[in-house]
Design a protein. Structure first.
Ligand code: SF4
Ligand code: SF4
Length: 475
């Protein structure tokens, strides 16, 4: 028998959505397994369960030839090469049932004080007029989240915009209300807030420090790079204001987790420099997200420009790999998320929890699949007043299952990628697939090398990791 050594200590996570398959024929071979090589030799990635094995080189060469045969099956290969691989698949094409709600974001202010050409949200207005969420709608949204959550489960209330701190009084009010209502209902409540940090005040910082908050700051580079993309009124520097905001947090209260998110456009500076800059500002994590859909196409990363994006992401990843291998921290969010997901054996038929455990409430109290899909009728999911619409959620989960989508069903990366952000796919299709596979192929190699160089990196953290960057560098 060929002995395979599985890398990673934990059994794969249960599939997020979908359900265990009946013993039906598996999909095409090239969608099931991928051979890759690292400094440690040859390895096999098995899509089902996102498992990674060491592979003797002669076997690797044969498996590579086999993966070129589109209709070969994993059981046939396992029998032929005597590989202990075949197991009942963990995901089939059966859509997930809508789970209990775990997270609801409130679009408390559908307006912004900056004017950014790459903003997906039309400065928070989502194509409509500027408006803020009434207090009674925000309280009703919190009540709805608590009513729809699994008994005793933690829930997350998110504050989005536009710029949510323009609705400062409401944010403070809702944090108090949700904390009290959650305690009464037996649900610990955590909070997240995404901000440009240009208007943060000492009382906001104290609020962030006093409650379990994850704060994500939009950062687009150094002063020149940030200000070129984020225009403040009257020609002021949005970057200077952001730096002043960081001072306010340092002096008056820092959230439990403070991350920076960089929206990458063709006009963004070199990513390794932007990453170093963000880390130098003291963020707990810095992550990238390519802008695939913007009101002005000049800000979009396209199929043509994804190659350069991949090159720079890998350069950042190599730097993270070197630092972490030497036992030093390096908070490159996309890399950390990918390492954690590979180690956990994360495999899922959806890109994210949008329309499943996560919904977003518009200022008027409409429910949508996520914060980017607010006011889009194709992703309407009920209302705060009447509750989530189960039929709309079922339809969404059926349509979005990665094994039902072309070309995803024949992609080896499908249970790590999940088929792409619904917002981007609905606007621009899937221009970034080669990038996603290239990045994940790098991450597989890096995972094996980091496991060897610094196994302690994968020891369980003292508390759940709070990374906010996606693994793929898309939304
Ligand atoms: S979106 Fe692209 S990379 Fe992701 S699963 Fe589909 S085909 Fe693969
Ligand atoms: S990945 Fe896309 S669809 Fe999913 S939550 Fe993020 S923005 Fe929304």
């Amino acid at each position: 028998m060929t002995v395979l050594l599985q890398i990673g200590r934990r059994p794969p996570e249960p599939a997020e959505g979908g359900r265990a398959a009946p013993a039906a024929g598996p999909p095409a071979a090239c969608a099931e397994a991928k051979v890759f090589r690292s400094a440690q030799g040859a390895h096999l990635f098995v899509a089902d369960g996102s498992r990674v094995y060491d592979l003797p080189e002669p076997v690797a060469a044969r498996v590579e030839r086999w993966t070129a045969t589109p209709d070969a099956s994993l059981p046939d290969l396992a029998r032929e090469l005597d590989l202990p691989l075949w197991s009942r698949p963990r995901i089939d094409g059966t859509p997930a049932e809508p789970p209990p709600l775990a997270s609801l974001s409130l679009n408390v202010m559908q307006a912004c004080n900056l004017s950014c050409g790459h903003c997906y949200a039309d400065e928070g207005r989502f194509g409509g007029s500027a408006r803020s969420m009434p207090r009674h709608t925000a309280h009703a949204a919190v009540d709805r989240l608590l009513a729809e959550a699994a008994p005793g489960a933690d829930v997350v209330v998110g504050f989005m915009g536009g710029e949510p701190l323009l609705a400062r009084d409401l944010v403070h009010d809702v944090v108090g209300y949700a904390t009290r209502a959650g305690a009464a209902a037996g649900h610990p409540v955590r909070f997240s807030l995404t901000t440009n940090l240009t208007t943060v005040r000492p009382q906001d910082a104290r609020l962030f420090a006093a409650h379990p908050f994850t704060v994500t700051v939009s950062l687009d580079g150094d002063r020149a790079g940030h200000d070129a993309l984020r225009r403040a009124p009257g020609g002021a520097s949005a970057y200077d204001r952001l730096r002043a905001g960081l001072e306010v947090l340092a002096r008056h209260g820092r959230p439990r987790h403070l991350s920076a998110r960089v929206s990458v456009t063709p006009h963004t500076g070199r990513l390794p420099d932007v990453l170093e800059h963000g880390i130098g500002l003291g963020f707990d994590e810095v992550g990238f997200a390519a802008v695939v859909s913007a009101p002005d196409p000049a800000y979009e990363i396209t199929t043509r420009t994804f190659d350069g994006f991949l090159e720079q992401m890998v350069e950042c990843g190599e730097r993270a790999l070197a630092e972490l291998s030497a036992g030093r921290s390096y908070p490159f969010g996309n890399f950390l998320t990918a390492m954690q997901q590979l180690h956990r054996g994360t495999h899922r038929p959806y890109p994210c929890g949008a329309g499943a455990g996560y919904l977003s409430a518009s200022a008027e109290g409409g429910l949508y699949a996520c914060h980017r899909l607010v006011d889009d009728p194709a992703f309407a999911m009920g209302s705060v007043a009447d509750g989530p619409d189960p039929q709309a959620r079922r339809r969404h989960l059926a349509a979005g299952h990665v094994d039902r989508a072309e070309p995803c069903r024949s992609c080896w990366a499908r249970y790590l990628c999940g088929g792409g952000c619904y917002h981007e796919v609905s606007r621009r299709g899937r221009p970034g697939c080669d990038y996603i596979r290239g990045w994940l192929a790098f991450c597989l190699r890096a995972y094996v090398e980091l496991s060897q160089a610094a196994p302690e990196f994968f020891l369980p953290p003292p508390e759940p990791a709070a990374t906010t960057a996606g693994a793929t560098g898309l939304a």
